[in-house]
Design a protein around this ligand. Sequence first.
Ligand code: DSN
Length: 411
Amino acid sequence: MNINKKILDSLKKELHRQQNHIELIASENYVSEEILALSGSILTNKYAEGYPGKRYYGGCLYIDEIETFGIELAKKIFKADHANLQPHSGSQANEAAYRAVLQSGDKIVSMSLDAGGHLTHGYPINFSGNTYNFKFYGVDSITEMIDYEEVERIVLEFKPKLIVAGASSYSKIIDFKKFKEIADKVGALLMVDMAHIAGLIAKGVHPSPVEYADIVTTTTHKTLRGARGGMILCKKEFAKKIDSAVFPGTQGGPLENQIAGKVQALCEVDTKEFEIYAKQIVKNAKAFSEQLQKEGLRPIAGGTDNHLINLDVKTNLNLTGKQAEIILESIGIVTNKNMIPNDKEKPMITSGIRVGTPAMTTRGMKEDDFIEVAKIIGSALKNQSSENLDQLKIRVNQICQKFPIYNNIKY
Ligand code: DSN
């Protein structure tokens, strides 16, 4: 192997970083070595525009076998009529989903970004906000949870063609049945972006949207712990439209190496071990949230039902999210600053941080370990003296050594 030295140096440092920090970014995870191998496999060489059995290129026999296997597995795991594994990302899955059922200018109701939604759910400078006409719901100012009566009021008034449920930073159960009832009142379609919670849904740890939603989009690399990319599930009647909206509507050649990594992830999801993993993610998040609250960080919506906790660091600790993120990174704990409901700070500053348990649960951490990490976080945010931070850095390092990852990888 003769990897360019500059790239190799950075790769080695990145491996060291991934092994030696506590990863709390709620949307990140550590994939298996099998998935790493497939993502970097010879499948990257192949063009396969089209779908299994109907490709624009020759030589797709084995590519077809892998993609068909994955489609069938995705349908089985999520009890879906149809699956498309080709979206390169969650954003492209959402773009294709909109394109499949909407015309430019059509009306959509979705969750606002500051309440926990996603850029592709209508943010003004994103393609979604530029192309379609969005109206947003937020969260109740007291409970900080979705107020379904308010969603219904907005939907009845705005009469959208599509409702989007799902979020990037919402810690409570989402009632998809309720969303479907609201959609039916105005004859709207329901799309669910389950990117964050797909792995929990796969194992019944969060209620599934699949029976209620016309279209379900997801990424494959968050709680699903697969190769980086997207996937779309839908009802039978939308299958053709979804497939054409992905290719040739919004994409060209599929990344078959990534698709193989998604299929391997689905094989891993389809095991008892993954069910134990998904349940542990939530148990860990609950224990983590309770201890973080004791440390003075205020969990938005009072706690968590899933894998993530959005924390207000302003009210009790008088920090911005940006400051908290920097302090924690200095001791080897990686989080991201995050808007909290009705945040007065700008998106690059924020009053909160978002943390999640999927990655460190993959490394084997249990409730007591997360309680220990919560205490370290509390101490770091309350006492930023260099003596304290140095001590905490040592404790973080001990935790990383106790829960090793990728020890077999040598670059
Ligand atoms: N960037 C992802 C997240 O962190 O939630 C959403 O796409």
